[in-house]
Design a protein around this ligand. Structure first.
Ligand SMILES: NC(=O)c1ccc[n+]([C@@H]2O[C@H](COP(=O)([O-])OP(=O)(O)OC[C@H]3O[C@@H](n4cnc5c(N)ncnc54)[C@H](O)[C@@H]3O)[C@@H](O)[C@H]2O)c1
Length: 260
C-alpha cells in the first residue's frame, strides 16, 4: 500500500513503539492521523503538528478497556476524516501481576477496537476496505513460561488476527489483516521486567536469561512495522526480530475431515 494520502488510526501512538511508528508514517505524506491513547502527550502532538502541516493530526482519548470509549473515538474520527484506510492496534500492557487488566487491554481491547473499526471499513456495509494491523509479540507465537498471562493475551491476538485474515472475510469485507510480532524492543514496557513475571516471588535461572535477551532499537522496529504495512499481504504473520522481518508460515495442526 502506498501510504501517501491515506487516513491512519494508531492506538497507542504515544507509546515507545507507537511514537516512532507515527514519525515513520508522517514521512509518508499521509493525509490524516488519529492517535487513540490513554493520555495525551501535548508536547509531542504539537511538535508533530508543527512539522507536518499537510497532515490532519489529532488525539482521541481512549481507555481501550472501555467499549464506550472505543466506539466514541472511532465515531468522532469518522465524523472528522470520513474514513480510515489503516488502523494499527498498538496499545499494550506487560505485567503478569495484573491478570484481568492484561487480558482486557491486550486481547479484549484489541478485539473490540478491530470489530468497531470494521463497522466503518467493511465494504459490505458501505465502507472502503483497508488494512488492520494488530501488534502481537514473539510471546504471541508460542508459550512464554515466565509471562504466561501476557503470552496468552498475545497468542489470542495472533489467532484472532489470523482468523480474520482468512480469504473468507477478505472476500466479504475487503479489509486485510496482518499480525506483527516484535521481538524484544527497547521501550518502557520492558522496565522492571523481572518484577512483572507470572510468579514474581521465585527465582529461576530463566529469569536471568530473560534479562539477557538481545533487544532491537525502537527505531528499527518502527521502520519495519511501517515497511510491513506498505507490503502487507492479507493474513501475514510477521516476526520483527533484531532488525529483520520474517514472514512466518504457521501450519494448521487440524484439517477437518468432511462428510461425503
Ligand atoms: N517493547 C517490546 O519489547 C515489545 C515486544 C513485542 C510486542 N510489543 C507490543 O508492542 C506494543 C507497544 O508496546 P511498547 O513497547 O511501545 O510499550 P509502551 O508501554 O511504551 O506503549 C504502550 C502503549 O499502550 C497504551 N495503553 C496502555 N494501556 C492502555 C489503555 N488502557 N487504553 C489505551 N491505551 C493504553 C499506552 O498509553 C502506550 O501508548 C504493545 O502491544 C506491546 O505488547 C512490545
Amino acid at each position: 500500500m502506498d501510504l501517501a494520502g491515506k487516513n491512519v488510526v494508531y492506538l497507542g501512538g504515544f507509546g515507545g513503539i507507537g511514537q516512532k511508528c507515527v514519525q515513520e508514517l508522517l514521512q509518508r505524506q499521509i493525509k490524516a492521523l488519529a492517535i487513540f491513547d490513554l493520555t495525551e502527550n501535548v508536547k509531542l502532538l504539537d511538535e508533530w503538528k508543527t512539522s507536518n502541516q499537510n497532515t490532519d493530526i489529532f488525539y482521541q482519548k481512549l481507555d481501550i478497556t472501555q467499549k464506550s470509549d472505543i466506539e466514541a473515538a472511532y465515531k468522532a474520527t469518522a465524523e472528522r476524516i470520513g474514513h480510515f484506510d489503516v488502523v494499527v492496534n498498538g496499545s499494550g500492557l506487560l505485567d503478569d501481576r495484573l491478570v484481568e487488566l492484561t487480558i482486557q487491554i491486550n486481547l479484549v481491547g484489541v478485539i473490540n477496537s478491530t470489530l468497531t473499526a470494521l463497522e466503518y471499513m467493511n465494504k459490505a456495509k458501505g465502507g472502503k476496505g483497508g488494512l488492520i494491523v494488530n501488534i502481537s509479540s514473539v510471546a504471541g507465537l508460542q508459550p512464554t513460561p515466565l509471562m504466561a498471562i501476557y503470552s496468552t493475551s498475545k497468542n489470542g491476538v495472533t489467532t484472532f488476527t489470523r482468523a480474520l485474515g482468512s480469504p473468507i472475510h477478505y472476500d466479504h469485507c475487503g479489509v486485510a489483516f496482518i499480525t506483527i510480532c516484535p521481538g524484544y524492543t527497547d521501550t518502557g514496557i520492558l522496565e522492571d521486567i523481572e518484577k512483572k513475571t507470572t510468579f514474581p516471588f521465585f527465582e529461576t535461572s530463566m529469569r536471568t536469561v530473560f534479562n539477557k535477551v538481545k533487544r532491537q532499537t525502537v527505531e528499527v522496529c518502527a521502520e519495519n512495522i511501517v515497511k510491513a504495512i506498505e507490503t502487507a499481504k492479507n493474513g501475514a504473520v510477521l516476526m520483527l526480530e533484531l532488525g529483520e522481518i520474517h514472514d512466518l508460515d504457521i501450519p494448521n495442526q487440524w484439517n477437518p475431515q468432511l462428510e461425503d
